[in-house]
Design a protein around this ligand. Structure first.
Ligand code: 8Y4
Length: 294
């Protein structure tokens, strides 16, 4: 551990992310490709609710260089309808089974313990929980599995989160929340190397909150967990660029690069090919040298 010029000791992110018996190296940036299997998905116009289409989409993202595929069966957009655990399982499990032979670790975006258990039994290696294991039974569903975890911050609920977001100090509050969720998970027997934390861009945040979190992302490295971000196509880009959801690739890629420069190691993205290029460039710029040392 290198002492920093101000005498502090930098608390580094973990060197690997442990996901179901695999160690994903974090000296490079992992791109998590998004596959939605929801009929009401907003980001891609709901085109991937069909199993065959979702499978083809996932395979394309793997070809484009995705390190992880994140499968979501429940829309978390503001005001979205609730989905029953059985319905979410029916959407997600067939896709997990079809993708299991591919070498890429599979993540499932869910907060429901029943879905977590079914997903892990069907071969998921990661649970991406926007509610950070706050649902009753969630921590028990994942603890013994060895799966990787993404613990995300959200203020409020998907239905209400954008009504009146308010923070006294957004960075402090989000860091404190995630620190508490990491402590909780560890106290329930989850090894620290399994845990990634995510500030939850757009989840109960104003534009100024999102921009403050992006600028001060390095403060999350103190949590000692891998740092994940999701910025792809989000509404902060509507405000910053005026673009519709299908025309936000350039803005998304710019945000991904900035996040990596500020310490992110896991980037959730729709536009995988473009994002892979951007994070390679940003990671080299952050290090001040290329990965082969030249
Ligand atoms: C257009 C496109 C408009 C997408 C809104 C959206 C995150 C996440 C989501 C995130 C982690 C979304 C499941 C929201 N965002 N998981 N999930 N981090 N870990 N909205 O930022 O993509 S869904």
């Amino acid at each position: 551990m290198q002492p920093m010029p101000n005498g502090e000791v930098a608390i580094q992110q973990q060197p690997t992310w442990s996901v179901a018996g695999r160690e994903l190296a974090l000296d490079r940036v992992l791109v998590m490709g998004i596959v939605n299997v929801t009929p009401d998905s907003f980001a891609d116009g709901g085109r991937y609710f069909n199993h065959a289409d979702a499978l083809a989409h996932a395979r394309q993202l793997i070809d484009e260089g995705a390190d992880v595929i994140d499968i979501g069966g429940e829309s978390t957009r503001p005001g979205a309808d609730d989905v029953s655990p059985d319905e979410e399982i029916r959407r997600v499990v067939p896709l997990l089974e079809a993708l299991a032979p591919s070498a890429v670790p599979l993540s499932v975006d869910t907060s429901k313990p029943e879905v977590m258990r079914a997903a892990l039994a069907a071969g998921a290696a990661i649970i991406n929980d926007v509610r950070a294991l706050q649902q009753p039974g969630a921590v028990e569903a994942v603890a013994d599995s060895g799966c990787g975890l993404v613990l995300m911050h959200m203020q409020g609920t998907p239905r209400t989160m954008q009504q009146a977001p308010y923070y006294r100090d957004v960075i402090d509050e989000v860091v404190q929340f995630l620190a508490e969720r990491v402590r909780y998970a560890r106290a329930q027997g989850i090894d620290a190397r399994r845990i990634a934390v995510d500030p939850g861009f757009g989840f109960g945040k104003r534009l100024a909150d999102n921009l403050a979190l992006l600028k001060h992302l390095a403060r999350f490295e103190r949590l000692g967990a891998a740092l994940a971000v999701g910025l792809s196509r989000k509404s902060m880009l509507a405000r910053l660029t005026g673009r519709d959801v299908d025309d936000r690739t350039a803005g998304s890629v710019a945000l991904a690069a900035i996040a990596v420069l500020n310490g992110a190691r896991i980037v959730r993205a729709h536009d995988v090919a473009a994002t892979v290029d951007a994070v390679r460039v940003a990671a080299a710029a952050a290090q001040g040298e290329a990965f082969d040392g030249t």
